[in-house]
Design a protein around this ligand. Sequence first.
Ligand code: FAD
Ligand code: SF4
Length: 459
Amino acid sequence: MPNMQLEKTPVREQEPKVRAHNFDEVSACYTDSEALNEANRCLNCKNRPCVGGCPVGVRIPEFIEKIREGDIPAAYGIIKSTNGLPAVCGRVCPQESQCESKCVRGIKGEPVGIGRLERYCADYMADKASDAENPVKNGHKVAVIGSGPSGLSCASDLAKLGYSVTVFEAFHTAGGVLMYGIPEFRLPKATVQREIDGLRALGVDIQTDMVIGKILSVDELFEQGYEAVFIGTGAGLPNFMGIEGESLVGVYSANEYLTRTNLMKAYLDDYDTPINRSKAIAVVGGGNVAMDAARSALRLGAEKVYIVYRRSADEMPARREEVHHAGEEGIEFKYLCNPVEILGKDGKVCGIKCVRMELTEPDQSGRRGVRPIENSEFEIEVDAVIMAIGTSPNPLIRSTTPGLETNRRGCFVVDENMLTTREGVYAGGDAVTGAATVILAMGAGKRAAKAIDEYIRSK
Ligand code: FAD
Ligand code: SF4
């Protein structure tokens, strides 16, 4: 008889007042008994609706069944067979709009905590798992550009098929956004590093400080004997609003702010990475990036942090859990507000002028727009502003590789097999879709690996 408890088994979390001042992980992993209790809420539905909600088709009821049987290595094996980064996805996937949104337990009560159970299996296996399969080499070389989730999953699948894979990463550390964007308190870097070490154990060569398009071109990679190239360079180029005051001292892109904090460890006393220790900060945007920037600012010592978002709470694209955590930590949400100017004094930010917005009637697609309310401008006193209003792919590779087509947003054009407009060159992840999610980037990397294998074998 399944456990009919209506709510998810709660996880232990650091107190909001305490965690707002440290970078330690907010949520703890389930204990064995908590995981068992939550696994017992699963009804093992025959038609498996939750699996349909997972972009990589993790066999959810099967892995949960193994948790119930106490066989965690088998549960982990089931997850790993379709998802190469369970410790990451269990923590950061937007489960509420994916697997958990389809869970029948959500009809009356809360869905099964699928993400929490996935994380439990991954953390349980962290010091036990060994991915070192040592596959037999097939004599073919493939280059992967970028070491974010798309590049890592493409490299991993190709290595398992016997390819000699080299990953070229521009930064000094591999991992993409998982390392430089998503903060430590949500995704510990040791967890990401473990996944990267697993890839190295598979024989993948990861070369850091290698900016492709500057140090080597895509064509030079082919000249060096790589038979195919996968581009997983993400969308790291920040967008700005184009309003007055954006060049004042104290205006950051979220990417720069988070990179300084996460990758360059500005929050640790023994690192000398400079970062503005501001008193009051406005973060513009409503996605995960805005939440991460705001919560990092708080942890770096800001006394007041505002999220300025031009739509209402219902339209916020950030994961619900992150919005909830941000609110608990004391971040103030200014909904239906749009910045019109960043105010400065002596070249430095001293405030932000916003206009109030109102929602319009839904259009034919059912989507509501927003419009400014006349004469509703107001000012907020801040000494820093972080722009988190989206990013675009970096133009470096497209501008140095003849024959690679991109769309008007600068994203690579690919077919259903992730093949670009150049033979042997594949692309996936945010570089193709624009800023999206970890799991979609991983799915794209996997699809490309399959297509690259077919392409090389057909030659
Ligand atoms: P990336 O992760 O961006 O990796 C691309 C890599 O390519 C980088 O390491 C970059 O340095 C490297 N590179 C770029 N150009 C070159 C070059 N010319 N030569 C060599 N290397 C190059 N998604 C979720 O699912 N859940 C979340 O909670 C979530 N939170 C997020 C929070 C933040 C702050 C950000 C920025 C994103 C978040 N996302 C989240 C989105 C998610 O992280 C991305 O969709 C995902 O990382 C995209 O993966 P990718 O492999 O396409 O690119
Ligand atoms: Fe279990 Fe929910 Fe999936 Fe049914 S839909 S199998 S209850 S996780």
